[in-house]
Ligand binder design. Structure first.
Ligand SMILES: Cc1cc2nc3c(=O)[nH]c(=O)nc-3n(C[C@H](O)[C@H](O)[C@H](O)COP(=O)(O)OP(=O)(O)OC[C@H]3O[C@@H](n4cnc5c(N)ncnc54)[C@H](O)[C@@H]3O)c2cc1C
Length: 384
């Protein structure tokens, strides 16, 4: 019921924004950012095709924390209320390993407040908003050619013509490989994350969000939706991995569960079926010399995949979509170049914050540096 009405609202907004000229736009990747971009550009009247190599639209991961700057783009699409209904407002408290809460002084409460949304439901909503008939599944893009103000997308032996190509194909982007040869994502050595969504039990409803433990570990749990709790553990210097994924997560979780204060986290992990545990080697996209060429643009993780300790890569990718939409709406011939210039400048600062948080020592410094980041991100977010 809610879903239908939000999709209807999207169509009303889209009619309002529709422009005369029909631009044929191909988007590679039906992830969070590709689908948001597809819906955003359909608002401008673009004839959008999303190419996704997986056999179905699927969300990899558990829950995702979305900040108000991302929710604004969803409001523009007319689905903001629906996304808010899907999620749980969450406070990003930091704790030390003995359970003492840490919060940096001098920041507004909004610097800690985001919406935790279950990824599968969000992806379903975005795919419905984009229009399932616009998404071509099992379509693996291998590259592209630009010529005479047009672009040809390579799909195996097939060639698809477009006015605009958007590479939203994540950290392992094939569009990026064609645009910037030698830009393959690299392993963030030793940086691993483990997580799962499990039925909520008797654990604290307010969760334990980010607990900073010894041996460069972090972890915690939080409600992602009614009756669902997500636990997560991460470590920067993970060393050798042995045992099952659940055992690997449990071993790291003990560093954030000193004095028994965090036994709930250990219990949640121990009760998780092995096949439900997600384990990620964190990959980094190197700084690129360009994000666009004449008719092609990179967006989301394809352009700037970073370590998830910022917990804002998706949010910032959704911001990308808003800026791209606004620049293209201006009708300016250098819309892509302007998009690139604005976003690359913003990501220089994001990288600085990311490094500062990675090397913070202890919970108090982590809280301070995280608040500095989120406050900066929210107060300087583009008004699109
Ligand atoms: C552990 C973890 C926790 C995180 N927590 C948060 C958080 O709390 N908040 C937040 O904002 N961000 C978070 N992030 C970051 C966020 O998940 C990513 O930034 C975001 O999902 C990137 O979306 P995307 O659409 O750019 O890429 P992806 O989600 O990777 O989507 C890319 C899509 O492209 C498809 N594809 C790839 N290659 C091709 C091809 N050649 N042809 C066709 N299709 C192709 C893929 O199948 C995929 O569907 C987290 C990340 C991790 C790993």
């Amino acid at each position: 019921m809610h879903l239908k009405s939000s999709v209807f609202r999207y169509w009303l907004v889209r009619r309002h924004h529709r422009k005369e000229r029909m631009m044929r736009t191909v988007i590679v990747g039906a992830g969070l950012v590709g689908l948001t971009t597809a819906a955003s550009l359909r608002l401008l009247g673009h004839e959008v095709t999303v190419l996704e190599h997986a056999p179905r639209v699927r969300a990899v991961g558990a829950g995702i924390g979305l900040w108000p700057n991302a929710l604004r783009e969803f409001d523009t699409l007319g689905i903001g209320d629906e996304v808010r209904r899907l999620g749980e407002p969450t406070d990003a408290w930091f704790y030390d390993a003995a359970g003492n809460p840490k919060r940096a002084a001098g920041y507004d409460a909004s610097a800690y407040r985001f919406l935790m949304v279950p990824r599968p439901e969000l992806t379903t909503l975005l795919a419905d908003t984009t229009g399932r008939d616009r998404i071509r599944l099992g379509a693996h893009v291998t590259g592209y050619t630009e010529y005479d103000g047009r672009v040809e997308v390579h799909l195996g032996g097939e060639r698809l013509r477009a006015d605009l190509l958007i590479g939203a194909d994540g950290v392992y982007s094939d569009v990026r490989a064609a645009m910037v040869p030698g830009s393959a994502a690299v392993e963030h050595e030793g940086n691993y994350a483990w997580r799962a969504v499990v039925p909520s039990g008797g654990e604290r409803p307010e969760g334990t969000m980010v607990t900073i433990g010894g041996e460069r570990t972090r972890g915690g749990y939080t409600r992602v939706a009614k009756g669902q709790t997500m636990w997560w553990v991460a470590q920067f210097d993970s060393g050798e991995l042995s045992g099952s994924k659940r055992d690997r997560a449990l071993r790291r979780a003990r560093h954030v569960a000193e004095s028994g204060w965090h036994d709930e986290l250990l219990e949640l992990i121990a009760a998780t079926p092995e096949e439900a545990v997600l384990e990620n080697q964190i990959m980094l996209v190197p700084e690129l010399p360009r994000w666009t060429t004449g008719r092609v643009a990179l967006i989301g993780d394809a352009a700037h995949g970073l370590s998830p300790h910022l917990a804002a890569g998706g949010t910032l990718g959704i911001e990308d979509a808003g800026v791209l939409r606004a620049e293209l709406a201006s009708g300016s011939a250098d819309a892509l170049a302007r998009y690139e210039s604005v976003r690359r400048a913003r990501f220089e600062k994001v990288r600085e914050h990311s490094t500062a948080i990675e090397y913070a020592v202890g919970a108090a410094e982590s809280a301070e540096r995280y608040a500095a980041f989120s406050d900066w991100m929210l107060t300087t977010a583009p008004a699109t």
